[in-house]
Design a protein around this ligand. Structure first.
Ligand SMILES: [Zn+2]
Ligand SMILES: [Zn+2]
Ligand SMILES: [Zn+2]
Ligand SMILES: [Zn+2]
Length: 314
C-alpha cells in the first residue's frame, strides 16, 4: 500500500527506471503502475512525450532522437533531411529505446472512448484494436462518390439527408419504381440510394446498374447502418416482376462496414439481368420500368445464440 502512495507522486522522469524493473520478473510488485498512468498526473506528461513534436501523432518504434535528445517519429524522420526539426542539428540515427520501453508499459483507453468504447489497451496493441473497434466511426455509405465523411450513425443519417439529398422513408415495407429511359447505357453505372428507418434502425437500399461479365445487370440490395452483429438481427426480402413473372431475394442486410463495392461484387442481393428487366418493364423494351417491393423484419432473438454484445452487457 505504501508503494502505491509513493508512486502516485512520481514525476515522469522516474518512470523509466520503474518500467525497467517491471520488466524483471516482479510484475506483481508494480501492478498498480499502469492504473496510475491512466489517471494520475503522469499520464499527461508521458503521453505528451510520446507525441511526435513534428506531426503530433503517437510515436511507435522505432522512435528516434537527435544528439540533443529531441524525439521524433519514424515517419517524420524520413522527411526532415537528417536535420532535427527542433534544434536544427544533424539528426544521425539514434533510437530512443527508453521512450519505446515507457510506451510498452502504458495502458491507454481506446481512442473511441467518447463514442462509447470502454476498452483499455497496452500502448502497442491500441492501434490494432482501434482498426477493428466496434465503436469506430462508419464511412459514409453513399455510393458513386468518393465521400470521405465518417461518423456515427445519427451523424451519417443527417449527412445523407442534407448533403447527398437521399430520400428518407419510415416503415419496414417499400415499393419503389425505377424508371430509366435509356436502359442500353449500363456502362455509366447508375446507382440510387434510399434510406429506410424502422425498428429504430436505419437501412440503405441500393439500386444500380453495372456490367456483370458481358451481361448488363441491375442489382438491388440492403445494407444495415450499424455493425455486423446487429445486422444479423434483421432480414429482408426484395421482389421484382411484371408480365406474370417475378424474381425474389431473401437475405440478411450487410453492415455498412462492408463497402458498397464489396457487397455488390459478392452479388449479395437481387440481381436482374437486363433482358429480364426489360421483360418485366413490358412495352417496347425502350424504357426500363422496374417495380421493386421489399420488406424488412426483425429476426426472433435467440438468447443462446450470442446476440448479446459483450461491450453492452457489462
Ligand atoms: Zn512525426
Ligand atoms: Zn535536436
Ligand atoms: Zn475501441
Ligand atoms: Zn457522404
Amino acid at each position: 500500500m505504501s508503494e502505491r502512495m509513493e508512486s502516485s507522486s512520481i514525476e515522469s522522469s522516474t518512470v523509466s527506471s520503474m518500467t525497467m524493473m517491471e520488466e524483471d520478473e516482479h510484475p506483481h510488485q508494480f501492478s498498480s503502475i499502469s492504473k496510475l498512468h491512466s489517471n494520475g498526473p503522469t499520464t499527461t506528461s508521458v503521453h505528451d512525450l510520446l507525441e511526435c513534436p513534428v506531426c503530433t501523432n503517437s510515436m511507435y518504434p522505432p522512435i528516434h532522437q537527435c544528439h540533443n535528445g529531441h524525439t521524433l517519429c519514424s515517419t517524420c524522420k524520413t522527411r526532415v533531411h537528417n536535420r532535427c526539426p527542433t534544434c536544427r542539428q544533424e539528426l544521425g540515427d539514434i533510437r530512443c529505446l527508453a521512450l519505446e520501453k515507457i510506451a510498452e508499459s502504458l495502458e491507454l483507453p481506446c481512442r473511441y472512448i467518447s463514442l462509447g468504447c470502454p476498452e483499455i489497451f497496452p500502448y502497442y496493441s491500441k492501434l490494432k484494436h482501434e482498426a477493428i473497434c466496434n465503436f469506430r466511426p462508419y464511412n459514409c455509405p453513399y455510393a458513386g462518390s468518393d465521400c470521405s465523411v465518417v461518423g456515427d450513425i445519427p451523424c451519417l443519417v443527417a449527412h445523407l439527408r442534407d448533403d447527398h439529398r437521399v430520400d428518407m422513408h419510415s416503415g419496414c415495407t417499400f415499393n419503389h419504381r425505377y424508371v430509366k429511359s435509356n436502359p442500353m447505357e449500363v456502362e455509366n453505372a447508375t446507382w440510387m440510394l434510399t434510406v429506410f428507418h424502422c425498428f429504430g434502425q436505419y437501412f440503405c437500399l441500393h439500386f444500380e446498374a453495372f456490367q456483370l461479365g458481358m451481361a448488363p445487370v441491375y442489382m438491388a440490395f440492403l445494407r444495415f447502418m450499424g455493425d455486423e452483429r446487429e445486422a444479423r438481427n434483421y432480414s429482408y426480402s426484395l421482389e421484382v416482376g411484371g408480365n406474370g413473372r417475378k424474381l425474389t431475394f431473401e437475405g440478411s442486410p450487410r453492415s455498412i462496414r462492408d463497402s458498397h463495392k464489396k457487397v455488390r461484387d459478392s452479388h449479395d442481393g437481387l440481381i436482374i439481368y437486363r433482358n429480364m428487366a426489360l421483360f418485366f418493364s413490358g412495352g417496347d423494351r425502350k424504357e426500363l420500368k422496374l417495380r421493386v417491393t421489399g420488406r424488412i423484419w426483425k429476426e426472433q432473438q435467440n438468447p443462446e445464440g450470442g446476440v448479446c454484445i459483450p461491450n453492452l452487457c457489462s
